[in-house]
Ligand binder design. Structure first.
Ligand SMILES: C/C(=C\Cc1cc(O)c2ccccc2c1O)CCC[C@H](C)CCC[C@H](C)CCCC(C)C
Ligand SMILES: C[S@@+](CC[C@H](N)C(=O)[O-])C[C@H]1O[C@@H](n2cnc3c(N)ncnc32)[C@H](O)[C@@H]1O
Length: 253
């Protein structure tokens, strides 16, 4: 899975195997199962809007040419590819995920899309709760639809803080747990009446029903800002996007 164009100081990967995987293994299996349809369903269900939200997330990360960048919970790589375009040939990008199936799709997309700058990408199978990187290594981090899915959000935020350089930013895109009753009801209605019925066609009803539970159990924008400040970030601001259905937390170390 790892490409060998450049070498990032990875800590021994056995750390990944020792921690968190077992308790997170249901989620890992869920993301392995949905991998074959994940990209198509995102385009269909969001009417392509997720591509705009992802561009916004990358722009908020402050990533620039020559940077060392990290895309956490990269899945099939949408944000990693956008980060790769920002970093350019002199930069490097790591896409990290714990789902082998998602990483395998990401890696084949890298090959099929065959843009020269994508040579700066390395795919790493690993745990967002126990990052195999040294302190203060990255110039910017993105995480798209990942924080809601990790079993320990506080730990994930602490790990992002640890591997970021002082002054650098993390940009975290996810569903917004809205405080507006109409937005929250509309979001729930969309999942019950559009998302789950569509996923049912592919035999993935349960996997997409999980979306609703995970949003219920997620944090509001204000709570996310507090989580980041508690983890040590000096600045944190949550923006509602996509008509309030989505949110993006920007935090600076
Ligand atoms: C981007 C989408 C889903 C990502 C996604 C995230 C997860 O954590 C999952 C977990 C388990 C299974 C699947 C996923 C998963 O696919 C698609 C989002 C679609 C929205 C629910 C609906 C968007 C509605 C509108 C078309 C947007 C209108 C915006 C307008 C500006 C008001
Ligand atoms: C909804 S997908 C998002 C994929 C991609 N970032 C995007 O925006 O389309 C969530 C991803 O988080 C990954 N994930 C969840 N918990 C993780 C963890 N503890 N460590 C690494 N990856 C994790 C899953 O395997 C899955 O690929």
């Amino acid at each position: 899975m790892r490409s060998l164009q450049f070498s990032v100081p990875l800590l021994p990967t056995s750390r990944f195997k020792r921690h968190s995987v077992r308790c997170a293994s249901d989620r890992q299996q869920l993301f392995n199962r949905i991998a074959p349809v994940y990209d198509n369903l995102n385009d269909l269900l969001s009417l392509g809007q997720h591509r705009i939200w992802k561009r916004m997330a990358v722009s908020w990360s402050g990533a620039k040419t020559g940077d060392s960048l990290l895309d956490l919970c990269c899945g099939s790589g949408d944000l990693t590819f956008l980060m790769s375009e920002k970093a350019g040939a002199d930069g490097k990008v790591i896409g990290l995920d714990f789902s082998k199936e998602q990483l395998s799709i990401a890696s084949s997309r890298q090959y099929l899309l065959s843009k020269a700058c994508y040579n700066n990408i390395e795919w790493v199978e690993g745990d967002a709760l126990d990052l195999p990187f040294s302190n203060g290594y990255f110039d910017a981090i993105t995480m798209g639809y990942g924080l809601r899915n990790v079993v320990d959000k506080r730990r994930a935020m602490q790990e992002m803080f640890r591997v970021l350089k002082p002054g650098s930013r993390v940009s975290i895109l996810d569903f917004n747990k809205s405080m507006q009753p109409f937005t929250a009801l509309f979001q729930e209605w969309m999942i019950d009446n559009v998302v789950v019925p569509t996923a049912t066609v592919y035999g993935l009803a349960k996997e997409y029903q999980y979306l609703k539970t995970s949003i219920d159990e997620f944090l509001t924008g204000k709570e996310l800002e507090k989580l980041a400040l508690d983890a040590g970030f000096s600045y944190a601001r949550h923006y509602e996007i996509g008509g309030g259905l989505m949110g993006n937390l920007v935090a600076a170390r």
